[in-house]
Design a protein around this ligand. Sequence first.
Ligand code: ARG
Length: 302
Amino acid sequence: MSTDLESGARPAMSATPVEAPAATPVRTPTARTVLMCKPEYFTVVYRINPWMDPALPTDTSLAVQQWQTLYDTYIGLGFDVQLIEPIDGLPDMVYAANGGFVIDNIAYGANFTYPERQPEGPAYMDWFREAGFDVRVPEEINEGEGDFLLVGDVILAGTGFRSNSNSHQELARIYGRDVITLNLVNPNFYHLDTAIAVLDAGLDGGSGSTTGEIAYLPSAFDEPSLAILRERFPDAIIVTEEDAAILGLNSYSDGYNIVIASRAKDFERQLRASGFNPIGVDLSELLLGGGGVKCCTLELRR
Ligand code: ARG
């Protein structure tokens, strides 16, 4: 998309390792347990976000191939990857992050905004039940981990396009944790996980830091939300519009290794400079549905 990415302007990846500043923290990976859904029925036949264009062709076998690379990457990182059976007629089911939100063995089910995805809610809740999670059937509209991110001792919760802000209260009641509402304002970044990347989940994620660490795209938020982010995460990585525009923020971290879109070159550089190990994957086919790495990944926290 962006020609900048192809230009010679950026520094070439050389054999010389990037010198991390002396103060770079030591990063410790924690193997994760995640849920994924193979895109066997992936296609774009409706438009519920600006990325989707039913007139453009999709290649389901390429989607499966690219997804497989992500799966293999997680296995290589030592993750426990659980799978939910894809359902014919639910082409967006590959975006497992939207299937619910899981902490402390409690699975808060999803209640999708658009009718096209509504049947996914019960399908994911059935899976959670069979896997032994304590399932809470949602009363409010919410799209799971697409809009809810556990960072440190709080849950960051997005609203504006999909999850209703009432779901933030439901979430707070269920988990007894502080929920911070953030307003999304750009339709291209309609889920919170397209505008914020959790780099280090902090407390629950391994490092012991109480706030955790994130990267985000400022222009995706309104002013009050931005003020909250700046105050809470003064050292956050700010990504470029170019990297965000290929859903570069839609990434998944184990505290050290961060799986990102391979085209998000500046984000990759910034992550390396902060002591992380970015691993690029190409999910271009799934980008046609408006999703990337994180969208395909739902963390299961027992
Ligand atoms: N086509 C899907 C939708 O619009 C993409 C979901 C992306 N998921 C995410 N967690 N951001 O609902």
